[in-house]
Design a protein around this ligand. Structure first.
Ligand SMILES: Cc1ncc(COP(=O)(O)O)c(C=O)c1O
Length: 307
């Protein structure tokens, strides 16, 4: 199936969307990206895009940090994304990659006097951490401090930090890295937020613990409260608390909700998928596929279907 991209303010076949080798963002990491899921519902033959507005609002905030002039409003970005996904006509789970970038073909480290542009592409993509339980390793690479690069924006240059951690984890035989804050508290996975279950409550690193404020994290906090009556406590979390937790899981657009079975060769709880994790996973998968009427506001259908 040919895929399409939104590029230079037009919809074009993906293979035709090319940037020049002097593009500033390629050299200096001067771009902001997003990752948005489209989830296939085989009964309804529909793709539901999950919380696109929140993703584009985060993109917009990141662009402010990098002084990127987004050529579209959040509403326009949502609309063009629906159009792009519809053109691709995939009938499976997909991943949408919007990118706002310094597009001038001009070298030199700076943010000023550079043009900006926006592109988006779509690929078919199943679960990112494709296992029942992830085996994680605590990374020797720490999250950058706020006065180095703001870890709360999806800045492409920042993701070298995440790539180093992921690579180290894989080379050590783990599935994913758990990264710490500069002062040694738990921050997040290389592409996911992290939750622990302690005394039946959810505990997750707080917004000032060098995390990306995940949209899946927000979804889980709301579902836990609303559907399970479980409070999520956002606070600094120590490594010893992780080893003593009853359950642990990672959350992210790509990884969905992935249970963590062990960290640094130590089982979490009994090493199996915990009860609260399993309940949240069930709810979440129902919701992202548009199968829970209460949460349809979060899901944007792509295909026009005659009822
Ligand atoms: C470093 C990092 N943390 C957390 C997340 C989870 O964020 P979200 O749930 O919005 O995908 C991501 C993925 O975007 C990420 O790259």
């Amino acid at each position: 199936m040919p895929s399409y991209a939104y590029f230079n303010k037009q919809f074009v076949p993906l293979a035709e969307a090319k940037i020049g080798i002097m593009t500033n963002a390629l050299h200096y990491g001067t771009a902001i990206f997003e990752g948005i899921r489209g989830n296939w519902n085989s009964d309804q033959k529909q793709i539901y895009i999950f919380r696109p507005k929140e993703h584009f609002e985060r993109l917009q905030n990141g662009c402010r940090v990098l002084k990127i002039d987004l050529p579209h409003s959040v509403d326009e970005l949502c609309q063009l994304t629906v159009k792009l996904v519809a053109m691709c006509r995939f009938e499976e789970d997909i991943y949408i990659r919007p990118l706002a970038y310094k597009s001038s073909e001009s070298l030199g480290v700076r943010l000023h006097n550079l043009e900006s542009d926006f592109l988006a592409l779509v690929i078919p993509w199943g679960p990112y951490l494709d296992m029942d339980k992830a085996r994680c390793g605590v990374s020797s690479w720490r999250r950058p401090d706020y006065n180095v690069i703001p870890p709360s924006a999806k800045l492409t240059g920042l993701y070298i930090n995440n790539a180093l951690a992921k690579n180290e984890a894989i080379e050590k035989g783990f599935d994913e890295a758990i990264m710490l804050t500069p002062d040694g508290h738990i921050s997040e996975g290389s592409g996911e937020n992290i939750f622990l279950v302690m005394d039946g409550k959810l505990v997750t690193p707080a917004s000032d613990n060098h995390i990306l404020l995940g949209i899946t994290r927000d979804t889980v906090i709301k579902l836990a409260k609303e559907e399970l009556g479980i409070e999520a406590i956002e606070r600094p979390v120590e490594l010893r608390e992780l080893f003593a937790a009853e359950e642990c899981f990672l959350t992210g657009t790509a990884a969905h909700i992935t249970p963590v079975g062990e960290v640094d060769h130590r089982p979490i709880g009994d090493g199996e998928v915990g009860e609260i994790t399993a309940k949240l996973q069930k709810l979440y998968f129902e919701i992202i596929r548009g199968n829970n009427p209460k949460y349809l506001d979060w899901c944007t259908p792509v295909y026009k279907r005659v009822p």
